[in-house]
Design a protein around this ligand. Structure first.
Ligand code: F6P
Length: 519
């Protein structure tokens, strides 16, 4: 990053600002909120509680300009082959452009709409002729987290005609066992969601589900009416036995963690109907337009990205907490863990050279009111300096006096925590001393619905892209996950042979203990 002209001046500013308390920044500028918040319809970003000054902002924007961020954004949205290590585009933005859809995307929407309609009209039937009542999405990572996060958040908006939706991802089989225990094979439909259709987690669970159906329906082709496949590989879906009419396509130019906008979002479409699914696409598309057309100084994803760079590379903060103040966003932090850390958790630049600067910080999170009673202690009085994103919605859920009370309590707690982190508290009792000075963003959105969730996810996708451009890394591959998968297959083989002699001592020791244990 030292090649940027702005690097040196920003480093000097960082030395001063590290020593300057946020309280001082507020005391010296009565316009601080006015100066450091931006908005677009449906979303407002307050970054006044960051250690940012106009000079810092100028430097960061200068760095984005030097990195040709505007050009990169155009290339992303125009579908250039930005995922160069895999020779692919990363064209998730095309999936939400409904005014000018790509023909194969429009065709996939039609097939999704047909399936959704059949389910809602109770015309999709299992082997015994009974209508489907339960849909189980089997998938992991990008084939799980996005739809899981959205369908959980919008549970209360589920159409009355929708079947019940379940998610299974873990290869230990426990989640699947508990769902199979409460569902009926005659009326359960499985969605086998896997971009590659090679992921052992997903395929092993799908095999277990297949045996479960075959236990009660011996006719193989009737049993296969219980399986929808979603993948970029029709061949592999066909080999596994997915019937042609039950196959939904997507394309290698959609990254796994960017795929909830594709047919991978089928469960969202089932829950909300195609109109609801398209509301989500529309929200995301509005952010795409904002990202492409808005000057950096007012551009929400660009600013969140640049602020993250400032905190990570200049102020040397180590962690990023994600704190949504709405329990409907229970799975949002897990979703972002994949989006951010699988995208930018890398040490290699685009040209193959190793970086000599930090890239993606450790990101974690939890629904804010719960996190207050768990890890906020560290944010208030720990030794780590952490940046936090508070995510708050103007509207709560439900109506009436109690609902209004809970929403006000929720708003008060969100604002109290970001304020406490900023202001701190002096005390003669060292145990009650709070240093404050912990930086945060607050993203204020209108309400939790498909449109705003589409916006929220797209904001973070583009934050990640902005940072990748500055860090000069390819955010669209994930080679780092391969080694563990390869080693797991070798260890599985050792377990099958009950011979760990070729493995390291620690692995041998653990296996030995497992083998010696008499269950
Ligand atoms: O192992 C990581 C990963 O490849 C993710 O990038 C992806 O979202 C997940 O596995 C699932 O992959 P697939 O959809 O191909 O089963």
């Amino acid at each position: 990053m030292k090649q940027f002209n702005a690097y040196q001046p920003l480093s000097i500013l960082a030395e001063t600002l590290q020593q300057t308390h946020l309280n001082t920044l507020f005391a010296s500028n009565s316009q601080r909120f006015a100066d450091f918040h931006v908005q677009m319809p449906g979303a407002m970003l307050d970054f006044s509680k960051q250690k940012i000054t106009q000079e810092v902002l100028d430097g960061l924007i200068g760095m984005a300009e030097e990195a040709n961020l505007a050009d990169w954004i155009n290339r992303l949205i125009n579908g250039d082959e930005l995922n160069h290590t895999e020779g692919r585009k990363a064209w998730h933005t095309a999936l939400r452009n409904m005014s000018d859809p790509i023909p194969e995307v429009a065709e996939a929407w039609q097939k999704m709409a047909y399936i959704v309609d059949e389910l809602h009209q109770k015309q999709m039937r299992g082997y015994s002729g009974k209508a489907i009542t339960d849909v189980v999405n089997i998938g992991v990572g990008g084939s799980d987290l996005g739809p899981l996060m959205i369908t959980h958040a919008l549970e209360m908006q589920q159409l009355p005609s929708s079947p019940q939706i379940h998610f299974v991802s873990t290869l230990d089989g426990r989640q699947l066992q508990s769902i199979l225990a409460k569902t009926n094979p005659e009326t359960t439909l499985f969605i086998v969601a896997s971009k590659s259709f090679t992921t052992i987690d997903t395929l092993s669970l799908a095999e277990t589900a297949k045996s479960w159906i075959l236990n009660s329906c011996q006719n193989h082709s009737e049993a296969m009416r219980h399986f929808i496949g979603i993948s970029t590989s029709p061949e592999k879906m066909g080999e596994w036995g997915i019937l042609p009419q039950m196959q939904l396509a997507f394309w290698d130019w959609v990254g796994g963690r960017f795929s909830m906008w594709s047919t991978i979002g089928l469960t969202v479409a089932i829950q909300l109907g195609m109109d609801g699914f398209k509301q989500m696409l529309k929200g995301a598309h509005e952010v795409d337009e904002h990202f492409r057309k808005t000057p950096f100084r007012e551009n929400i994803p660009v600013l969140i990205g640049l602020i993250g760079i400032w905190n990570t590379n200049f102020l040397k903060l180590a962690g990023q907490a994600i704190l949504p103040y709405d329990s409907r966003l229970k799975h949002f932090a897990s979703y972002l863990e994949q989006l951010e850390m699988e995208s930018n958790g890398k040490h290699t630049q685009r040209n193959g050279e190793f970086v000599d600067y930090r890239t993606c910080p450790i990101l974690w999170g939890e629904v804010g009111p719960n996190a207050q009673h768990a890890f906020y202690q560290l944010l208030h009085q720990g030794t780590e300096r952490v940046m936090s994103d508070f995510i708050l919605f103007k509207e709560g859920q439900g109506s009436g006096e109690r609902a209004a009370f809970h929403q006000n309590l929720n708003i008060a707690n969100c604002l109290a925590q970001s304020r406490a982190m900023m202001v701190g508290q002096d005390s003669d009792n060292p145990h009650k001393h709070y240093p404050g000075d912990q930086v945060s963003n607050t993203l204020l959105m209108t309400r939790v619905d498909a449109h705003h969730l589409g916006m929220l996810v797209a904001i973070y996708e583009h934050k990640v892209f902005t940072q990748s451009v500055i860090w000069n890394i390819n955010p669209f591959d994930q080679w780092g996950v391969e080694l563990g998968k390869k080693l797991a297959m070798g260890i599985l083989d050792s377990i099958d042979r009950q011979d760990a002699s070729e493995l390291d001592q620690s692995t041998q020791g653990i296996l030995q203990q497992i083998w010696e244990h008499k269950a």
